[in-house]
Write a protein that binds this ligand. Structure first.
Ligand code: SF4
Length: 206
């Protein structure tokens, strides 16, 4: 097992995350709702929204203001409501009501970036994809897996070194690892199971 595989497997096994089990449209919309909020807020907002609207066609007809109360708990609810309705309309008008199953078309949806698109590709379509957010970017650089300034560079570099079967699970597990152990300001290196392979930790000790 390579050093990279050992590190990523350790993190994935430490914080295993289940694959989302719902339809692609719900996965896409709930991923948009999850931006800059906690999981429990996302889950509540997502459940309320889909209790009222069941698919892209219904949401495409909605007025964004009608969504405010349903998704308020997810934060930034005005912007998210606008984006969700625009995404639903684009899916209906350009993609026949179905969420695209490829990166190029997902990136054509309003406000959908590489991170969201890659989450959808993995969870909704079972395709290998690495979603890089601030946690994955920070941790990968600290560990010395990559040397990059931007999340997109991190994604490209990780794709070259991480075994494909770990691409999808990497995001959820690394996010949790970043929230609990490899914190942005004061990482808890003393309890970290991959400290022996971490460039940041080894440099600090020198
Ligand atoms: Fe993060 Fe410290 Fe673990 Fe390195 S040793 S991955 S910096 S918590």
């Amino acid at each position: 097992m390579s050093r990279v595989e050992k590190i990523v497997s350790t993190i994935v096994n430490l914080f295993p995350r289940e694959k989302f089990s719902s339809d692609p449209f719900r996965i896409l919309i709930c991923t948009i709702l999850s931006q800059r909020t906690r999981d429990e807020n996302t889950e509540k907002a997502c459940a309320k929204l889909f209790a009222r609207y069941s698919d892209a066609y219904e949401l495409a007809e909605a007025d964004p203001e009608d969504l405010y109360e349903l998704i308020r708990e997810s934060g930034m609810y005005r912007q998210k409501a606008e984006r969700i309705v625009r995404v639903a309309r684009t899916i209906v008008e350009r993609f026949g009501g179905k969420v695209p199953d490829n990166l190029e078309e997902l990136l054509q949806l309003p406000g959908v970036g590489r991170k969201t698109a890659n989450i959808v590709l993995y969870h909704a379509f079972n395709q290998p994809a690495i979603a890089v957010d601030t946690h994955v970017h920070r941790i990968s650089n600290r560990l010395g897996l990559v040397k990059s300034k931007k999340p997109e560079e991190t994604e490209q570099q990780l794709m070259k070194i991480v075994p494909k079967d770990l691409w999808g699970p990497l995001n959820g597990s690394m996010v949790e690892f970043g929230r609990r152990i490899c914190l942005p300001i004061k990482p808890k290196c003393e309890v970290c199971p991959v400290s022996g392979d971490c460039e940041y930790f080894l440099q600090k000790r020198r």
